[in-house]
Structure formats: C-alpha cells, structure tokens
Design a protein around this ligand. Sequence first.
Ligand code: FES
Length: 157
Amino acid sequence: MVTDNSEADVKKINHILAGYKGESNLLIQVLLEIQKELRWLPKEGLIRISQELNVPLRQVYHAVTFYKAFSLVPKGKYTVTVCVGTACHVRGSPRILDRVEQTLGINSGDTTPDFKFSLETVNCLGCCAMGPVMVVGDVYHGKLSLDQVRRILDSYD
Ligand code: FES
C-alpha cells in the first residue's frame, strides 16, 4: 500500500533526483518520473525536488497543480478513464460511467481502497468513432457495452 513519506518512496525519490542536481530547467521531467514511479507526488518529494533542483517550492506546487498528469494523492495501479464527451455521451457513456462506478464501488475522481483503480472522466479522447470509450491504463476499450465493463475490469490483476 502507498503511504505518505514511506521509506521506500523516499528512496525512490532520492534515486531519481540523484541525476538531476541543480537542473532547474528539468522540473517537469523530474515530476513526471516521480509521478510515474510512485503514481503520486508526496509532499516530502516536492520539498526534496525543490531543494535538489534549486527551484522555489511555490514553483514546484504551481507546476503540480497546473498539469492534470500530476497527483498530490496516491493513485491506483490502473487509471480508468471514461469519456463523457458529446460523441460518447450520445452513445451511452453516462450508463457506462454508472456501471464502472458500481463495479468499482467508487465515484469519478476517487481511488479504490486497495489502490488498484483510480477513476476519471474526460471530455474527449480523440477517437470519437470508437465511442463509448473507456481507457484502462493505456489500453483503449471502444464500442463498449454495459455487459463488457465488469469483464474488462476483472481482467486486470
Ligand atoms: S467524445 Fe469520446 S472520444 Fe471523443
């Protein structure tokens, strides 16, 4: 389970930062690496980034809160993204989202207690002809039916 400031998280953060000392222009790259490794950006990590890259902490927080790719809370192993854009909406995405929420037992924006799934919505994934579309991790599931939702989610370890 992911915990704030765990020893393992700090080790991973220090390992990543070791190659970037003083590289203030690489702030976003460092944030992306740590986000990818930990699936979130703990407060301790932001302080260490600020110190090691010589970037004001205020600037680090600004970047983290500006980009949707970053999270200040622990995220699940898999991000489930349900498209609720117009093309998907008219093809039934509200019912798909309801089914995903029922299946996972969480609402959009939340993470399952076991940190397996985080659920998000998006306004278009750029593949409207495939609607309704759900992405799990980096796998797109298009022309989705209600019956497929549980089977797809159950297939992830
Ligand atoms: S509206 Fe869903 S992919 Fe474009």
